[in-house]
Design a protein around this ligand. Structure first.
Ligand code: 6LW
Length: 516
């Protein structure tokens, strides 16, 4: 079979992990974990599985998304599953900070989504499937199954022990699919880092018994030097044209051994072939060949996305997220029309409660600028992976400072006097040399022959600057490894955004540009 056109992975770059996908007619919808951020569960739309646009967040009001003040980093919302059944969209997820699963429904993907129905059952990674008799089957990590009434959140039967993978740690992300006369049970195992794998079994009944595939795991990158690592947590979808695809998470680590990843776990797309009634998946590459004639074959490789907000709307775009809460009164798009005004809700970024409005860092190399009028307040631009790991470019009382917090350490790295009034702050990331110069071609990436990270000393350097009449003045350049998952731990990725820790400040525009 000759290869079709290529598309670029990850199809959803940045901190968009634990993808779940469903198709309704010609439209595909995808959801991801959101952890401690509000609003929760980003919802993306695509017509070709390759180009995705975020169209909302499913848990977008405090009654649906309770994140108590003591919600830890990487607490909150884990691993949602999105399904369409009986004319309705069904979203099930776990709020680990409450220790509860919850179901919300909507007739349109853009909502409104219902109030949650809670299920107090153990484990995470809930998924839903319906059989021909109208029974609704809930599966969880473990792997267990329950027959439930999803309208009421009642367990009718179970737990029923299911097939739990091939023996790897953390059997999780189970999804049940009825395909022809079989029930397939897709399970991830081996943990969400480099041991990650996807295995499958099948049965004539959703109750089992399940027979494992002869060639499990059907996907793993463990023990390889492929540039994409940690592939797992997959969900299966059939495209309009009948072809089959997996969405899954993976990481793009950068740097010398040990490599670091800072953008979190990202969403990748892989074609699926069926051989003797079993799904077969090739290793996942940053440039992946689509089978000829298949749905994404006509799609151009996704263009790297720039993002700009001039704050001319009266509601915040769905890309904007805030740690734990975004209370009324902490932000306004009308107080000063055309500007986003933020009001301090906490005095430090080192703890929950600060006013932060951020977007995900989606490219290894990027440049983020903001025009801020600090007024009498303390405001800035922060790049963070959590509240114990962040670098801040802060302006207050006529001084711009670069401040770093890494675990127990906190330091002011640079400061510079600036005139009163609005000013432009810039944070830029730059990866180290990733590949020797001779192996950077697209063909080598596609062939998977490009070694990764053989010369680099870290994942990236982050520079902090302020615009001055003669050009940008760089105040500091800091090592990005300290804002990586390998240092901070947890399940999230970097975000970059505006904040206020005293008084109020207004932001005229925010611009994110991929670079390099
Ligand atoms: C999620 C689990 C996992 O619940 O990571 O990759 C956990 N897999 O399935 C948090 O995202």
């Amino acid at each position: 079979m000759s290869a079709g056109p290529s598309y670029r992975n990850p199809v959803v770059p940045g901190f968009y992990p634990d993808p779940s996908v469903c198709r309704v007619g010609a439209d595909y919808y995808l959801v991801c974990s959101s952890f401690e951020y509000f609003p929760g569960v980003p919802l993306l739309h695509s017509r070709d599985l390759v180009n995705w646009r975020q169209i909302g967040n499913i848990l977008d009001r405090p009654g649906q998304l309770e994140l108590p003040p003591d919600t830890t980093s990487s607490g909150g919302i884990f691993a949602p599953t999105l399904r369409h059944h009986d004319g309705r969209f069904w979203l099930i997820t776990t709020n680990v900070s409450l220790g509860r699963h919850l179901i919300v429904t909507a007739s349109e993907p853009t909502g409104p989504w219902s109030e949650p129905v809670y299920l107090d059952l153990p484990h995470v990674d809930p998924s839903l499937a319906w059989d021909d008799d109208g029974n609704c089957w809930l599966t969880t990590s473990g792997v267990d199954a329950y027959r439930i009434d999803p309208e009421r959140g009642e367990v009718l039967e179970g737990p029923l022990p299911m097939w739990s993978g091939t023996g790897g740690q953390y059997p999780e992300a189970p999804h049940l699919y009825r395909i022809d006369d079989w029930w397939y049970l897709l399970v991830s195992e081996g943990g969400t880092h480099t041991g990650h794998a996807v295995s499958v079994a099948r049965s004539r009944s959703p109750r089992g018994p399940f027979t494992p595939a002869p060639a499990n795991p059907i996907l793993t990158h463990r023990g390889t030097d492929l540039p994409v690592q940690a592939t797992g947590h997959a969900d299966l979808v059939q495209a309009v044209d009948g072809s089959w695809w997996l969405v899954l998470l993976g990481i793009r680590a950068r740097g010398q051994w040990p490599p670091y990843h800072a953008l979190g776990r990202e969403t990748f797309l892989a074609p699926v072939r069926w051989v003797d009634g079993w799904p077969v998946v090739d290793p996942v590459r940053e440039l992946t060949a689509a089978p000829p004639g298949s749905a994404p074959a006509g799609a151009a490789p996704a263009a790297p996305g720039a993002y700009r907000d001039d704050f001319d709307a009266t509601v915040l775009a769905p890309e904007w997220i805030s740690p734990r809460h975004r209370p009324d009164g902490s932000w306004s798009l009308t107080a000063r029309p055309g500007w986003l005004t933020l009001y301090a809700t906490g005095a430090t970024l080192d703890r929950a409660g600060a006013t932060i409005v951020a977007v995900r860092q989606r490219h290894h190399d990027c440049r983020v600028s903001v025009r801020v009028d600090p007024g009498e307040g303390t405001a800035g631009l922060t790049i963070r992976i959590d509240e114990a790991h962040h670098y801040d470019l802060e302006v207050a009382a006529g001084t711009v400072r670069v401040i770093g917090r890494v675990g127990p350490f906190r330091q002011v790295f640079a400061s510079r006097a600036v005139p009163d009034g609005p000013l432009v702050l810039t944070v830029a990331t730059r990866t180290h040399d990733l590949y020797p110069p001779t192996v950077t071609s697209a063909a080598e990436l596609a062939a998977g022959t490009a070694p990764w990270g053989v010369r680099a000393a870290g994942c990236d350097m982050i520079t902090f600057g302020v615009a001055e009449p003669g050009g940008d003045a760089v105040l500091a350049e800091l090592d990005g490894r300290y804002l990586s998952t390998e240092v901070a731990a947890g399940f999230t990725g970097r975000v970059v955004g505006m904040y206020v820790t005293a008084g109020s400040a207004a932001f005229d525009w925010f611009a994110y540009h991929p670079a390099g």
